[in-house]
Design a binder for this molecule. Structure first.
Ligand code: 5AD
Ligand code: SF4
Length: 441
């Protein structure tokens, strides 16, 4: 009987994509997935440290998962991801039930680590820096749940020094994946039926800068668009400072690039932006948005915002609300500032009390709610292009518009993977009720 694995993933899309790769590696080792951790031979937690206190969460999961060894003493427990990177052996001391631990740099070593653990040794391989052969990981396939949309990691790490962020510490410096390797994976995915490619990285807009002969990210967009069968391209996350004119022009020029962009601004006050070391001003950010809209008038913007950064005053917060009012984002992801040990912002004077953060967050969300329902209304009666991804119930299907909104329409599994033209009958912030006009291809 084949061995089974169970994976639980926390955190960002990058972690999610790493888990897809880990699943691919385990498949090549003959493991099969299971949704029930109690019957797993390998349980893996892919962890995140970005905001909450992740240690407690992971320890409590480990407390539960350790029971797997009562029935199956040979079962292995592995911890990967950003918390593993940050805590290393310290975590193993607190949770001796851990058999395997590795960095996001050396996922490709998992087969050896499993061997080591099966031989009864603790297989802890947390590296300080990416190893020379890091690129080996691309030789493994990914295992995806969505047959039509796939993430493709194009750059790892981050060279920015945002003062609140742990990522540079957990994922290392920027390393761009080679154009050949990316295009090869894109071709493989398209051959496998994928129609939407989502390029992924902590800072995708910096892709190609670290090559001996630098290549602009806009060139990568062109090359990906030339792969036959790529119907849609998205990319996350970009940094406002690196969103150069050539990228905006390429987005407008390449028909497959979706009319949506996630561009975190974090805070509206120039003073707070300086304390965050973001490297731009409110005016610069708004100018980028204006430029985007000149070229792509109907682009749907989304963003990340941190509320209650140290020393944030009422006036500073008003500047954040002002950006939200001016840009009218389709979606915002807002977070209360969370001090991460070892980051400069965690030690800054003027930490904001939680009640103040909560109150500001509420005001931000109220404003956004209103904007979202106005934007939703503006969809009613329009014609949209939808990539059908899933069936829903007996006689409906769902998919996303190029602006990344979920749409529901009548149809059956014959529509899966098809690009269709629809008319929006009724719209709410998280769903568009649509009528099918035609199947495009
Ligand atoms: N506190 C709160 N939010 C944070 N983010 C990153 N670090 C922190 C922190 N220490 C948010 C940022 C980032 C998103 C992924 O998480 O908004 O864009
Ligand atoms: Fe979490 Fe950041 Fe690591 Fe993603 S990169 S898993 S958000 S800490």
């Amino acid at each position: 009987m084949s061995k089974k694995f169970f994976i639980k993933t926390f955190g960002c899309q990058m972690n999610f994509n790493d888990s897809e790769r880990i699943k691919g590696i385990l498949r090549t080792l003959g493991y099969e997935p299971t949704d029930n951790w109690q019957e797993a031979d390998l349980i893996l937690l892919n962890t995140c440290t970005i905001r909450e206190k992740p240690d407690q969460k992971v320890l409590s999961h480990l407390g539960e998962y350790r029971k797997v060894k009562e029935k199956n003493p040979k079962a292995l427990i592995a911890v990967a991801g950003c918390l593993a990177q940050r805590s290393g052996w310290e975590l193993v001391q607190r949770a001796p039930v851990i058999d395997i631990m590795f960095s996001s740099f050396n996922m490709h070593q998992l087969p050896e680590l499993i061997n080591q653990a099966q031989a009864g040794y603790k297989a802890i391989a947390i590296l300080e820096k990416p190893p020379e052969d890091e690129d080996k990981v691309w030789e493994f396939p990914t295992e995806r749940d969505n047959p039509y949309c796939a993430y493709v990691t194009i750059i790892k790490g981050c060279d920015k020094n945002c003062t609140y962020c742990v990522v540079p510490k957990t994922r290392g410096r920027e390393r761009s994946r080679s154009m050949e390797s990316i295009l090869e994976e894109v071709k493989r995915l398209v051959d496998d039926g994928v129609r939407e490619i989502h390029l992924l990285g902590q800072n995708v807009t910096a892709w190609g800068k670290d090559f001996e002969k630098p290549i602009p990210f806009s060139e990568l967009l062109y090359q990906v668009s030339k792969v036959e069968g790529v119907e849609r391209i998205r990319f996350t996350t970009g940094h406002p400072k690196d969103l150069t004119d050539d990228i905006i022009e390429a987005m407008a020029d390449i028909p497959q690039v979706c009319n949506a962009l996630h561009l975190p601004f974090q805070a509206g006050s120039d003073r707070i932006l300086t304390l965050m070391d973001r490297g731009y001003t409110k005016e610069f950010y708004l100018e980028r948005i204006q430029k985007l809209r000149e070229h792509i008038p109907d682009i749907a913007m989304s963003t990340d915002i941190i509320v209650g950064f140290p020393t944030e005053t009422e006036e500073d917060f008003e500047e954040t609300l002002d950006v939200v009012r001016k840009v009218r984002f389709e979606q915002i992801f807002s977070f209360k500032f969370s001090p991460r040990p070892g980051t400069p912002a965690a030690d800054m004077e003027g930490q904001i009390p939680d009640e103040v953060k909560t109150e500001r967050m509420k005001r931000l969300l109220d404003l956004q709610k209103q904007i979202m329902s106005e934007i939703a209304k503006s969809y009613e009666g329009t014609v949209q292009e939808v990539l059908v991804e899933e069936t829903k119930g007996e006689d409906q299907v769902i998919g996303r518009t190029t602006t990344n909104k979920w749409a529901t329409l009548k149809g059956d599994k014959g529509l899966l993977g098809k690009l269709v033209k629809v008319k929006v009958l009724k719209a709410s912030p998280f769903n568009l009720d649509c009528e099918l006009l035609e199947v495009i291809r």
